[in-house]
Every structure is written in structure tokens, then in C-alpha cells.
Design a protein around this ligand. Structure first.
Ligand SMILES: [Zn+2]
Length: 248
């Protein structure tokens, strides 16, 4: 077993999160196309259903970007490296503010990049895969075969057979895993550091609450879900910090 705190220089704060699936679950399986990253849910080697951590991270970044912009912080545009910090091609908002300084790194990095990273800045946040707590034995596989119809020739196209794997509806399946957030290294030149750890936690948990569904489309994707996570004692200073987006 690898202990993350031992391979990382800074201390990690970990928090267990659980996604509870409210609707029928639709799993890309068999001949479905697309890379692993496009699949909202997969199976691990033990046969457990898994929501990849990369899926959660991508969606959470997107939600946190929207929230930070709503609070008038200048935020870059991911995932294209050219429009992300520190390049920000074509972006005119004011990124030249003290909160966007990162000790040891050149250029300015927006609040979101400081948590989720960018091509030059490592991410402070790590996501485990969320693993379904239900024994796969208790989850009968329901495979619904489908074919792509060629409209012109009115025949099923070869090589276009796909399967949709669905789970029994409304079973409130739970997927559990951990989020790890590393502390900002202490630096006497950047007195704001203390508040930074706090703002990240506040922003992340607020962003999670905004993820109501996973998957490409809500009708064909993973379905609707809600989250369970511990009620962390977030400091008032974290919200005060986030509220200063317009620099007032
Ligand atoms: Zn950025």
C-alpha cells in the first residue's frame, strides 16, 4: 500500500465523499466507443462498478470555475493549455493580483489553477476512484443490445452493434472514495497562505454540491445523483476570502 503523505512533501487533508445514484444507472459497456475518459462509469478488476476519479475532477473543476466567475474572480479557460494560466491567450480580465501569485512559480495562476493545476503548476487535489459499495454479485447485469441503423440503406450497419448496460433502477447505489488536498507550503512572503487552504475546501465542497449528474447526457449518462460528505468545519474567513473576487 502506498501512503500518499509519504510521497508528497506537503501534508494531505483527506475527506471521504459518496455519490448516491438517484436514477437508473447506465454503463458504457461492450462495443461502446470512446476513450476511458468519456465513460462515466467502468468496472475495476474485481468487477466493482467504479466512477473514475478523473471524471469527478474534470466536472468539479468546471463547477468551481463557474462559481469563482460568479464571485467575480478572473478565471482562465480549461482544458486548452493556451487559454489556461499562465498563458491565457486572448483573455483580458485582470489576472494581475496578489492572490494569483504562487511562490516558486513564474506568472500568475488563477484560484482554480491553484487548486486543480495547469500545464506548469501541479494539482493540489487528488481524487480516488469512487467504488460502488454494493457487491457486484447483487447487481444483475442487464445488457440492452442496440444497433446503429443506416438510414439510407435501411439496414443495420456492421461493426455498429453496441451494448448499454443498466443496473436496476432506483436502487440508490452508493459510490465511495476519498479526495485528498495538499496544504499550501508555508511561505513568510505570502501571508495569505493561511486562508488559501480554507478557500480551497470551501470552493471544492460548494462545487460538489453543484454536480447533479455525471455522464455526457443526462438521459444516456450515469444519471442523477446527490452527494454525502462530512460537514467540515469551514472557517468564516474562507467565505470572506472568496467574496473578495472583485478586489473590493
Ligand atoms: Zn487559471
Amino acid at each position: 500500500m502506498i501512503f500518499l503523505d509519504e510521497i508528497s512533501n506537503s501534508r494531505l487533508t483527506s475527506c471521504e465523499i459518496t455519490a448516491v445514484i438517484d436514477s437508473a444507472l447506465c454503463v458504457g459497456a461492450g462495443g461502446s466507443s470512446g476513450s476511458l475518459a468519456d465513460k462515466p462509469i467502468v468496472r475495476n478488476s474485481e468487477g466493482n462498478l467504479v466512477i473514475p476519479g478523473s471524471q469527478i475532477k474534470g466536472r468539479l473543476r468546471h463547477e468551481c470555475e463557474k462559481i469563482a466567475r460568479g464571485l467575480h474572480w478572473a478565471v482562465c479557460y480549461s482544458p486548452n493549455p493556451q487559454t489556461m494560466c499562465p498563458q491565457r491567450a486572448g483573455l483580458t480580465k485582470n489576472f494581475d493580483r496578489p492572490e494569483y501569485h504562487v511562490s516558486g512559480y513564474e506568472g500568475k495562476h488563477c484560484l482554480i489553477c491553484k487548486i486543480f493545476g495547469n500545464p506548469v503548476l501541479p494539482s493540489r487535489i487528488l481524487f480516488d476512484d469512487l467504488i460502488c459499495t454494493e457487491d457486484p454479485e447483487n447487481l444483475p447485469e442487464i445488457l440492452r443490445p442496440g444497433v446503429t441503423i443506416n438510414r439510407r440503406r435501411r439496414v443495420a450497419e456492421e461493426q455498429k452493434l453496441y451494448f448499454l448496460e443498466t443496473s436496476p433502477a432506483n436502487t440508490q447505489l452508493k459510490f465511495t472514495g476519498q479526495i485528498h488536498l495538499s496544504d499550501v507550503p508555508k511561505n513568510a512572503n505570502a501571508p495569505d497562505n493561511a486562508n488559501e487552504s480554507d478557500y480551497a475546501g470551501a470552493l471544492i465542497l460548494t462545487g460538489l454540491r453543484h454536480i447533479h449528474a455525471l455522464g455526457g447526457s443526462k438521459s444516456a449518462g450515469l444519471g442523477w445523483l446527490h452527494w454525502e460528505f462530512p460537514n467540515l468545519p469551514l472557517k468564516e474567513a474562507a467565505w470572506d476570502f472568496l467574496a473578495k473576487g472583485d478586489g473590493e
